[in-house]
Ligand binder design. Structure first.
Ligand code: FAD
Length: 432
């Protein structure tokens, strides 16, 4: 206790391990603090991991990461009650170089943190950071739930995930509002490997992702996912917390509803649920991102709301922000100055990267989700699109011109008139 380090990283998720690895590799003395029994013990995501941002952190080791399947096909489904309008893209090019993989956090987080340890970071697990230790406006360390458990450092990298106790203590963000977070529930469903290969049209370790929205979220803003692992499937759905509260639907009821949809039911049939868990996803977008650094601290990943929910990217923003925070601390160490003046280098790196650019690009999406009726966006319109598709594909002797008119009529009705439909179209176009 009371030993002083160059940096303390709180949280051994993708953001924390990336930061710890980056700093330890540069020779800094680093503590990696994690409340779980081991990193990843209780962590949860969909989840798709992205190669590029992992490789940026670990250029030599990334290919040894314990992943499940490399994704060669991504499907997007717009759900009606017993139907779906689908879009997908499959490409052999996603194998060389890999684009992304499915992974399980229990295995991945443990491995990723082990890379930081191997680089010299000191792991302290089963330990909760209870508060930041401050002197004036400077953060100088972390109090833990261990006896004699105060740790001191020039910089604390906050990577404690969406609930970020430490972020709240700093006052840089308030308690997240129910319209800034989604609650996601997920099951891991065991299914024999051959069944997965057949049902999803896969060879070897190829994998498929499916994201679905529409009737499945029962009129709440949200998205579901079904991903293939080696011999399990990850099935889940996340919806905005404010909508969940309003509808008074329990998350497991929602997932049960999803499992009954004919498109999903057939894919998971015969599977055995191995795990069930829930987790929040930060979805406030750029407007919810706090200042990223201050005197003696940086904040990264989910703790800083760095998630691009439109593209279900979070782990990669976490890794990248963790790496960038690490790089800024390395520079601060060189200068011997750990004030905001130097650490804002981290803010600058994030601002210059895809992180800020992507989050700013989708700012309008968050606005739409706040302003528009979720019943319209996530129920009536998807149902109308499905009805219109049904009409167009049905060969029943009705002339195509009439069918087309009907199809357009369905969409107009759902939107509450031509004007509303056009307005929605323009808004959606702008937001994307
Ligand atoms: P976390 O992964 O949450 O890690 C935080 C760590 O800090 C944890 O290990 C926690 O135990 C520890 N901790 C917290 N508080 C303390 C404390 N006080 N003291 C000590 N330790 C502490 N992203 C993708 O890229 N692809 C996906 O497919 C995807 N799907 C998702 C599906 C779901 C259902 C959810 C919930 C999220 C999904 N995400 C996905 C988002 C992604 O999981 C997160 O963006 C990412 O994990 C953020 O990493 P992080 O390191 O910032 O936080």
């Amino acid at each position: 206790a009371n030993e002083k380090f160059d940096a303390i990283v709180v949280g051994a998720g993708p953001a924390g391990s990336a930061a710890a690895y980056t700093m330890a590799k540069a020779g800094l003395s680093v503590v990696l603090l994690e409340r779980g029994e081991f990193p990843g013990a209780k962590n949860l995501f969909g989840g798709v991991l992205y190669r590029k941002q992992l490789e940026d952190v670990l250029p030599d080791q990334w290919h040894k990461a314990p992943v499940e399947r490399h994704i060669v096909e991504q499907r997007i489904w717009l759900m009606g009650k017993d139907s779906a309008v689908t879009f997908s893209h499959r490409n052999e090019a996603y194998k060389e170089p890999y684009n992304c993989w499915t992974a399980l956090r229990v295995k991945f987080d443990q491995w990723f943190a082990a890379q930081a340890e191997a680089a010299g970071a000191l792991p302290i697990y089963e330990t909760v950071a209870t508060e930041l230790i401050t002197e004036g406006d400077r953060v100088v360390g972390v109090r833990t739930d261990r006896e004699d458990g105060d740790l001191y450092a020039d910089v604390v990298v906050i990577a404690d995930g969406v609930n970020s106790l430490l972020g709240k203590q700093l006052g840089i963000h308030k308690e997240w509002q129910p319209d800034e977070v989604s609650l996601a529930v997920k099951e891991i469903i065991a299914l024999p490997r051959e069944k997965i290969q057949d049902r999803f049209n896969l060879e070897g370790d190829e994998g498929v992702t499916i994201e679905f929205m529409g009737e499945t979220s029962l009129g709440m803003a949200g998205m579901g996912f079904l991903y293939t692992n080696k011999d399990t499937l990850s099935l889940g759905i996340g919806v905005m917390v404010n909508h969940l509260k309003k509808k008074k639907i329990k998350p497991y009821e929602l997932l049960d509803h999803v499992k009954k949809h004919p498109m999903i039911r057939r894919l998971i049939e015969g599977g055995e649920t191995k795990e069930y868990s829930g987790h929040l996803i930060p979805e406030g977008g750029w407007n919810s991102v706090p200042p990223l650094s201050g005197n003696g601290w940086c904040i990264t990943g989910d703790a800083a709301q760095l998630v691009n929910f439109v593209h279900r990217e979070g782990s990669n923003l976490a890794m990248t922000s963790g790496r960038m925070a690490g790089e800024a601390v390395i520079e601060a160490k060189k200068r011997g100055d750990f004030s905001r003046e130097t650490l804002r280098l981290y803010d600058q790196k994030v601002a210059d990267s895809f992180i800020r650019k992507d989050l700013v690009k989708y700012k309008g999406m968050h606005q739409i989700l706040k302003e528009e009726d979720p019943e319209l966006l996530f129920n009536r319109l998807p149902q109308a699109v499905n009805r219109a598709a049904y009409e167009m594909f049905l060969v029943d002797g009705v002339p195509k011109g009439e069918k087309q008119k009907k199809a357009i009529q369905y969409l107009k009705q759902a939107a509450g008139g031509t004007w509303n439909l056009l307005k929605m179209g323009v808004k959606g176009w702008r937001a994307m």
